[in-house]
Design a protein around this ligand. Structure first.
Ligand SMILES: Nc1nc2c(ncn2[C@@H]2O[C@H](COP(=O)(O)OP(=O)(O)OP(=O)(O)O)[C@@H](O)[C@H]2O)c(=O)[nH]1
Ligand SMILES: [Mg+2]
Length: 372
């Protein structure tokens, strides 16, 4: 296991999430440095903090530094060369987790595409830095390999994209076939670790892996289940996380696209989260769904882990999220199975009332009220 010094924000929720990400990526955290801001121009950190960090590095001797924010290549370079350490920023940390946990061919390709995009977005800057000659071998590219490097990534990206597009077309055909047979489809969505797979398992009798590790599920599983007097297809899929860059959503598009075409989307929310965290996660759910053009009219909210808090607190939190007035939420517990039937009744009512989702214009969520 690689050891790491973690640099993250100075609040419990960020720390908890960052530790979760480090765990999932397989790093042992030796020391945590908390910062109010991680956006200083040169190093992400202030210069004084960098000095402090140098001393900590000398003492702790970690394998890498994990920086819980997205770093520009120049910031990464500055930090790496000052500290003589490998720096893993939030984006590449998430990519590492995806890489470790991928189980299907499609998700491996999607991750590869995301990795290429990450490389590409940094290639220009790397080229510039390499040309300055300060460190020609910086991050594995020499001065004369630059063009080859660029073209190589571009070509490999093209080939992965073509494969994914083909799989996307296959998915579309499957969807069409399912629709023709008359199957309605339900998708589970939500922040990572909200309990989607646990709920999926309860609903379908499946035994898919559920765990406190972030991003346990990366590929989509679809199963048939009874609802009312008919059968529907229900899918579990990759979770959302805040600050997930657009190109990652783009890379997972063919799986996440299922959300757009589903007849109903159950957004699973961990209602036991403290308020600030809850709002942050809810906001990234809304934003991701908006990016994916998911029609809000077909969304139902499962306020999960209700076993961990009181009914009063649930009500208060639903109100806080702006859900209190709409009738489309149910507090549930995938563990005690409380209200699971009620949730499915709500979903059933919705899909039987809804007209088939042909080319209608999606109703987008109102994001303004969740902006900082
Ligand atoms: N107390 C309690 N814990 C729950 C409940 N539902 C899920 N959990 C726990 O929450 C953790 C995450 O559950 P998962 O079902 O793996 O979550 P997920 O949303 O599928 O997460 P990813 O696949 O990682 O995105 C697990 O440790 C579950 O046991 C619940 O209703 N109550
Ligand atoms: Mg899961």
């Amino acid at each position: 296991m690689m050891s790491a010094i973690l640099i993250t924000y100075d609040n419990e929720d960020s720390i908890k999430e960052a530790i979760g990400l480090c765990d999932a990526a397989g790093y042992k955290i030796e020391k945590i440095m908390r910062q109010k801001f991680l956006d200083k121009a040169k190093y992400g950190l202030g210069e004084g903090k960098v000095e402090e960090l140098k001393e900590i590095v000398a003492k702790v001797k970690p394998d890498v530094i994990i920086f819980d924010e997205v770093l520009r290549p120049s910031q990464n370079y500055n930090l790496a060369s000052t500290l003589k350490m490998n720096i893993v920023d939030r984006e590449s940390l998430i990519l590492e987790i995806f890489g470790r946990r991928s189980t299907s061919h499609e998700s491996s390709l999607q991750i590869k595409l995301a990795q290429f995009r990450y490389e590409m977005s940094r290639a220009k800057e790397k080229v510039r830095l390499a040309k300055m000659g300060e460190q020609p071998g910086f991050m594995g590219i020499g001065m004369y390999e630059v063009d080859t490097y660029y073209n190589d990534i571009q070509n490999r990206m093209k080939s992965v994209k073509m494969k994914l597009e083909k799989m996307g077309r296959q998915r579309a055909l499957h969807r069409e076939a399912r629709r023709r047979v008359g199957f309605k489809t339900i998708s589970l969505a939500g922040y990572t670790s909200a309990g989607k797979t646990t709920l999926f398992n309860v609903l379908t009798g499946e035994t898919k892996e559920e765990s406190p590790t972030l991003f346990t599920t990366l590929s989509t599983t679809t199963r048939k289940m009874p609802i009312g007097d008919e059968s529907v297809l229900i899918s579990d899929t990759v979770g959302f996380i805040s600050k997930l860059p657009a190109y990652m959503i783009e890379a997972f598009k063919s799986t996440l696209e299922e959300l757009r075409f589903a007849d109903a989307v159950i957004v699973v929310i961990d209602i036991s989260d403290p308020m600030i965290n809850l709002k942050k996660k809810f906001r990234s759910c809304l934003r991701t769904m908006s990016d994916l053009d998911v029609d809000q009219e077909k969304v139902v909210y499962a306020l999960n882990k209700s076993d961990l808090i009181s009914p009063e607190e649930i009500l208060q939190k639903a109100d806080y999220l702006g859900l209190a007035d709409n009738k489309k939420w149910v507090p549930v517990s995938a563990i005690t199975k409380e209200n699971i039937t009620k949730l499915m009744e709500l979903v059933n009512r919705m899909i039987s009332e809804r007209k088939p989702p042909t080319k209608e214009i999606p109703k987008r969520p109102d994001l303004k009220k969740f902006d900082d």
